[in-house]
Ligand binder design. Structure first.
Ligand SMILES: [Zn+2]
Length: 216
């Protein structure tokens, strides 16, 4: 579990006051311990959270993310540890850069997805997601089964798109509620909403597939 404000955050790079390259003292452009000026590189500390990695606030509103901004932060960091930059500079630094690059990919994939981002925040607060996570509300289970069934029975793209439109609205509502619950530290409710959102995403995927099938 990566907890924000953990006492074992000791890496020089992490304290926002001094994010300078220990080798050439240039201010580092990102949270990565990676200097494009003198090509000094260090292993990324595992205590750095995905939010910290992209210099994003890890506070109550952590869930609220501007995905375009996230993407530009991701690309900026990814450029620093790109294999081309480190090729010919020795195996050791190359593998450090590779490791940073794959951590960045994992962090980006996690934070860009509302479900995975919520799961990450919940895990940071001691509620790791379970493989067997199921909806508990019987009414909701029935509702989702009905929607899945209507998708299977649909005979036109227009029909599918209507289901999809309603589902999108539902996803927006659920996401907004989830955001509020996370901000209010209502973890249990947030966890249920995350599961609900996962099921709604499942409907979105099924609808897309059905639509493609009917239009081909
Ligand atoms: Zn440097």
């Amino acid at each position: 579990m990566r907890k924000y404000g953990n006492a074992n955050i000791q890496a020089r790079f992490i304290s926002s006051a001094s994010r300078q390259c220990p080798s050439c003292s240039t201010t580092l452009p990102t949270r990565l311990p990676t200097c494009p000026n003198c090509f000094h590189i260090e292993p990324l500390q595992s205590s750095v959270s995905y939010f910290e990695l992209f210099d994003l606030p890890s506070d109550a509103n952590a869930f609220k993310i501007d995905t375009r901004d996230l993407r530009s932060r991701f690309l900026r960091a990814q450029r620093l540890c790109h294999p081309d930059v480190w090729s010919g500079k020795g195996k050791e630094v190359q593998s450090l850069a590779e490791a940073q690059s794959s951590t960045l990919n994992a962090a980006y994939r996690t934070l860009v997805s509302p479900v995975q981002r919520a799961q990450y925040i919940l895990a940071q607060h001691g509620l790791p997601s379970l493989e067997t996570e199921k909806l508990e509300d019987p009414e909701l289970i029935m509702e989702i089964m009905d929607v899945r069934e209507s998708l299977d029975d649909s005979t036109s793209v227009a029909e599918v798109e209507a289901v999809r439109g309603r589902n999108e609205e539902r996803m927006e509502e659920t996401t907004a509620r989830l955001e509020a619950m996370l901000a209010g530290e209502n973890w249990e409710t947030a966890r249920n909403l995350t599961t609900e959102l996962k099921y709604l995403e499942g409907i979105e995927t099924a609808a897309k597939e059905r639509s493609e099938k009917l239009s081909s």
